[in-house]
Design a protein around this ligand. Structure first.
Ligand SMILES: C[S@@+](CC[C@H](N)C(=O)[O-])C[C@H]1O[C@@H](n2cnc3c(N)ncnc32)[C@H](O)[C@@H]1O
Length: 384
């Protein structure tokens, strides 16, 4: 298993990562800057949250009036249903309220809503949040939470990593606007990539490099402690179907001949030409900033290209592999590959040859042969 796959397998076992206020603020500001009315008169649902200490609930409650939100709904998952329960206790807000029921507290999810000036101080903010127990445990797949989903205009959250695919399908089924945190690997899912390719969803505003920092309750896996909080860095990104300005900024690029002369990357600089794949008619571009501005054909680029993808500049024509399938290859020796079949193996070590057509232009790969494999590649072309 590749390091990346091992990493995601490990991440799938832990769900309790809490998003930082500054990360939410930076991301949401981009949608507001692009369209100041983006949240106006909208019902916003924050599922899979822990509203008492969630920065999502805090951020939207604090900005309720400024954004002109119609209604904020935030739901939590019951403690007994969580995979990891360490470090939790009922909040003071809950135990000091006459609604508090010790027997219900661990078994039921909670719902927090904000829509009116409960305190009568002339503003709607955090102090006006109202809460109650849900009828069930707050599972996003429950009919109760699905009903809330169907009422909402926009869904915003950092969902459980262990259920990333299921959460994404749940979201897409609802046909709602959304802004969510996802792991970088999620872009290769068969549930997501076709939508990315068709410009139905895209990367959020926050750049991908450096991943995202979360507060974690897993004391066995802490990267650093900031202000007494245990923090973990994960290769996470934001995904959305709401417009923001960064996605319309074209990448500044050099021509092919300038790249070959001046590129800072040794894989490109000083070569006579870009490498070509042996099993697909495209050039290999190992770095997004090495995409030649004047190449008219198909180019294989790293998946991180999606962080810089401007739909007015490029079209995406496919990807060599969905998660779990082997990537595009450059064969070490000139072995002929025709329609996905290697014609002759010199070493005799050829394993089973599987012909597989992926989404998009139709890329074929061999399985079980010791060839030099590239990382997963996305295939793009310049827009005319
Ligand atoms: C990655 S954490 C994020 C929490 C919060 N949204 C934030 O970003 O600060 C995901 C949360 O989803 C909860 N969760 C796990 N499985 C769930 C499910 N099936 N339905 C609803 N929530 C779930 C976890 O307990 C955890 O609180």
């Amino acid at each position: 298993m590749s390091n990346e796959k091992l990493y995601f397998a490990r991440m799938k076992k832990y769900d309790e990562f809490y998003t930082r206020y500054e990360d939410i603020q930076r991301e949401m500001t981009a949608y507001i800057e692009y369209n100041s009315k983006v949240f106006k008169n909208k019902t916003i649902l924050l599922p899979c949250d822990d509203p008492e200490w969630s920065n999502f609930t805090k951020f939207f409650a604090q900005n309720f009036d400024r954004f002109g939100i119609k209604k904020l709904i935030s739901t939590s998952y019951a403690l007994n249903s969580k995979m990891h329960k360490v470090g939790y206790q009922p909040s003071l807000l809950e135990v000091n309220d006459k609604k508090y029921k010790p027997k219900k507290s661990d078994k039921f999810g909670k719902i927090f809503t904000l829509s009116k000036d409960k305190t009568g101080d002339g503003k709607i903010n955090v102090d006006d949040l109202e809460w109650n127990y849900l009828d069930g445990d707050g599972d996003f797949r429950s009919d109760e939470v699905k009903k809330l989903r169907d009422q909402a205009d926009i869904i915003i959250t950092n969902p459980p990593f262990s259920l990333a695919r299921e959460f994404f399908s749940w979201l897409v089924d609802a046909k709602k606007k959304f802004i969510i945190v996802a792991n970088k690997g999620a872009i290769t899912y068969k549930e997501t990539f076709p939508l990315l390719m068709k410009n139905k969803i895209w990367s959020g505003r926050t750049e991908w490099s450096g991943g995202l920092w979360f507060e974690t309750k897993n004391l066995d896996d802490v990267d650093k402690v900031i202000d007494g909080k245990n923090m973990k860095n994960t290769p996470s990104i934001w995904l959305t179907n709401l417009e923001h300005g960064r996605r319309h900024k074209p990448l500044p690029l050099m021509t092919m001949s300038d790249n070959l002369k001046y590129s800072k990357h040794k894989e490109v600089n000083g070569k006579k030409s870009y490498d070509r794949y042996d099993n697909y008619d495209a050039i290999e571009v190992p770095y997004t900033d090495a995409i030649p501005s004047d190449y008219k054909g198909v180019m294989g680029v790293p998946t991180t290209f999606l962080d810089k993808y401007c739909p007015e500049q490029f079209e995406i024509v496919g990807m060599d592999a969905y998660e779990g399938t082997p990537p595009t290859k450059k064969y070490p020796k000139k072995t002929k590959v025709k329609d996905g079949k290697r014609m002759k193996s010199k070493t005799g070590t050829m394993g089973c040859v599987v012909k597989e057509k992926t989404f998009g232009p139709g890329v074929y790969f061999d399985v079980g042969y010791p060839v030099k494999a590239f990382y997963t590649r996305i295939f793009i072309k310049h827009k005319k």
